[in-house]
Write a protein that binds this ligand. Structure first.
Ligand code: SF4
Ligand code: SF4
Length: 413
């Protein structure tokens, strides 16, 4: 029997008593609690509602969140998002560019009519233009377009304010400290259109986190963080210092690409990978992407239990030993100085993961199209000089994913 025939739909999901976590009556419990604690998305640590959710403070924001949140990037399924909120998830993570704006529209529909204090919504807007190889902003990067995009996000969401607005996808200290966009973020916060402001980073995260501390305006950093990272000592140290300085750290990319192989025959143990990320107490919550009720079920189980079993530890270890480098580029940037064509290799590798790991071809297309590379980025290179820290065949992957540009953009809309 195929995996899809085992999949839960919303009706089955609800019938199963919300995952067996709480049983009957759980649906009603969360909103009641949330209403009672308007400044806090969930009750204080140790005093959870019907279920013993593990909750953690988000830096010095005064907010506490369950350790599992929902990354909505790959899903436009209203029922799934509804079920996540009904199941106890409080924090939804989206972005201006996800599904070309449709993601925010769908979330807006789901949130309509819900008590505003019962959920915690984050969106992200990129600063543009940005040199995608160095991650720096240029003289042409202005606050105006950034603010216009954010206002459009609010309209799509049907909200007066979001809980977090992130400057999206920064990889360099210069970008974190870029004055025009810092001022724009501070303005948004002052006007009450965002309660908190932050930055997100998929690569070079430790530098971004340290720069966020240095900037002294940010409340939160959304950072790539998973068991495949090879620079954990410096990343963990940066996270610990940021938490001491009062920032909240939220983890993304916890599933490290979701699959080990492009054929999608070897899934990464999602629950184990999520638990691994949450085993760092400095991570407030994680935003794993979810597209099915089965995934939601597994992730919600980690709301009450983040202790890795021996089997789960072994699954993560053996997966790497058996399957090689996988699909996740850890964003270490070791490849960048090695490429004479100055290709933005980490972003190309991330597009590759979006296409093969997430099956989100729209996200893959949009990211490649934003990089300014053509459909044949490596053709004038006799031999690839890049030695990837994880062992990727960078030329093969870059050439493979850049082919997506040959398709019309509207195919992915
Ligand atoms: S083949 Fe390798 S070195 Fe040449 S452009 Fe492609 S990634 Fe860069
Ligand atoms: S060296 Fe490999 S893992 Fe590191 S950023 Fe480049 S492609 Fe990604």
């Amino acid at each position: 029997m195929s995996a899809s025939r085992h999949s839960l739909d919303r009706r089955q999901f609800l019938k199963n008593g919300l995952l067996g976590v709480a049983g009957a009556g759980a649906l009603a419990a969360v909103p009641a609690v949330l209403k009672a604690e308007p400044q806090t998305a969930v009750p204080p640590a140790g005093k959870t509602a019907a279920r013993d959710f593990i909750i953690r403070p988000l830096g010095k924001t005064g907010i506490k969140l369950p350790v599992v949140s929902m990354g909505v990037m790959n899903s436009n399924n209203e029922n799934l998002i509804q079920a996540a909120l009904d199941g106890g998830i409080v924090h939804l993570d989206t972005a201006h560019g996800y599904q070309r704006g449709t993601n925010e529209v769908v979330i807006g529909k789901v949130l309509k009519g819900r008590v505003r204090d019962s959920y915690f919504l984050a969106t992200k807007v990129p600063g543009e233009p940005q040199d995608r190889r160095t991650g720096t902003f240029t003289e042409e990067t202005k606050a105006g377009p950034f603010l216009e995009k954010f206002d459009l996000s609010l309209r799509r969401l049907g909200l007066d304010y979001v809980d977090i607005l992130y400057l999206h996808n920064v990889t360099a200290r210069q970008a974190v400290l870029f004055e025009p966009l810092m001022s724009a973020l501070e303005k948004v916060k002052k006007e009450g259109k965002a309660r908190f402001i932050g930055v997100t980073s998929h690569q070079n995260e430790h530098e971004v986190i340290r720069a966020a501390v240095e900037a002294k305006i940010y409340d939160v950093v959304l950072s790539g963080y998973n068991f495949r990272k090879t620079n954990l000592p410096e990343l963990d140290a940066a996270i610990a210092d940021a938490v001491k300085a009062g920032l909240g750290i939220i983890a993304m990319k916890t599933q490290a690409g979701a699959f080990w192989d492009r054929e999608k025959t070897q899934p990464i143990n999602m629950k184990a990978a999520l638990k691994w990320a949450l085993s760092n107490p400095n991570i407030t919550t994680a935003v794993p992407g979810m597209t099915t009720f089965d995934q939601l079920t597994l992730n919600l189980q980690a709301m009450t239990d983040i202790i890795l079993t021996e089997e789960e530890k072994a699954a993560l270890k053996l997966g790497a030993e058996k399957n090689g480098p996988g699909l996740y580029c850890q964003g270490c940037e070791a490849c960048l100085p090695q490429c004479p064509n100055n290709l933005p290799i980490p972003s190309l590798m991330r597009s590759f993961m979006y296409a093969y790991g997430y099956r989100n071809l729209g996200a893959a297309y949009d990211l490649v199209a934003s990089l300014g590379v053509g459909p044949n980025p490596c053709t004038d290179c006799a031999g690839c000089r890049v030695k990837c820290a994880l062992g990727f065949d960078v030329r093969e992957r870059a050439t493979d994913i850049a082919r997506i540009l040959a398709a019309p953009a509207e195919f992915f809309g």
